[in-house]
Design a protein around this ligand. Structure first.
Ligand SMILES: [Zn+2]
Length: 283
């Protein structure tokens, strides 16, 4: 029996919500998926543990990472109580310019006397985009108080997804402007996370999965080293390349499907050769 994982699957979620839309998993399917993860004996790694595994340190054979992009309100309402129930933890890649002030809103967790909270209205993905554009991000995304509560509960840790979520490659007039805007964006993100959370890591998730050589260089120069992509696949350990300056991390987009679907994907992408063969066939 092996005593370390060969490859760590990293799951990518956005919304866990009762409001149907793009990149949304229902609370029922998410609860079933996490119940499977817990009952099958998977361990959810922190970003720091993933980094150590990628650098060659062993982790238990059934290790996975659960990630959420953007930092939506529904992560607090629906995902946080499920993670808490199972003692699992997830990474949230936060767009640090979006969270607002105010008290934590209600979650779907049942009170000890069995009563159910009246939940905040949840926008679907498109409605949320429009609310953010209109300056009403609070209707769609986490508040700092909710972020603090999940960190205290150990359900979420927070890393950078830039400060503005702008695709500078698409809006900048030229290459040097793209690099300058991205640099500012990443530096403000670092300062904000440092001030609000008391720390900032070298883990960065690319907005919309986009990156190029300039992006990677500017991100390295601003203190990031672990880059989360939307490329599918597992993440094998890289014992032989100890001196890597950066590491790109593959992620599996989790579908709104029952636990059995997730079980099969975790089985495939924990095995490097099976994962490679599977992706070849799919292509
Ligand atoms: Zn995003």
């Amino acid at each position: 029996m092996r005593h370390t994982a060969r490859s760590v699957p990293v799951l990518m979620y956005h919304h866990v919500s009762t409001s149907p839309g793009m990149i949304t998993v229902t609370p029922a399917n998410f609860a079933a998926q996490m119940a499977y993860v817990a009952s099958a004996g998977y361990r959810t790694l922190s970003a720091a543990e993933l980094a150590r595994f990628l650098a060659g340190e062993p982790v238990p054979p059934k290790s996975i990472v659960v990630t959420f992009d953007d930092g939506y309100l529904d992560n607090w309402v629906h995902a946080h109580p499920v993670l808490q129930r199972h003692g699992l933890n997830a990474i949230c890649f936060l767009v640090s310019g979006w969270p607002g002030e105010g008290a934590p809103r209600a979650t779907a967790a049942h009170a000890s006397d069995g009563t159910v909270n009246e939940l905040p209205h949840l926008l679907n993905h498109r409605e949320g985009e429009l609310a953010i554009e209109a300056g009403c991000a609070d209707d769609a995304v986490l508040r700092w108080s909710e972020i603090d509560a999940t960190r205290r509960a150990g359900t979420f840790e927070f890393h950078s997804h830039t400060h503005c979520h702008v695709r500078w490659d698409q809006v900048a007039g030229n290459r040097s402007e793209k690099r300058a805007k991205l640099r500012d964006d990443l530096l403000v993100a670092r300062t904000t996370l440092q001030e609000r959370l008391g720390g900032v890591s070298d883990h960065l998730c690319w907005p919309q999965g986009y990156y190029d050589d300039d992006y990677r260089e500017v991100a390295r120069e601003t203190g990031f080293r672990h880059f989360y992509t939307c490329h599918p696949g597992g993440n094998p350990s890289s014992k032989r390349t100890q001196t890597h300056a950066e590491r790109s991390i593959n992620r599996l987009e989790v579908r709104d499907r029952p636990a059995l679907w997730l079980a099969s994907r975790l089985w495939i992408h924990s095995r490097p050769a099976v994962s490679r063969a599977y992706l070849r066939i799919k292509r």
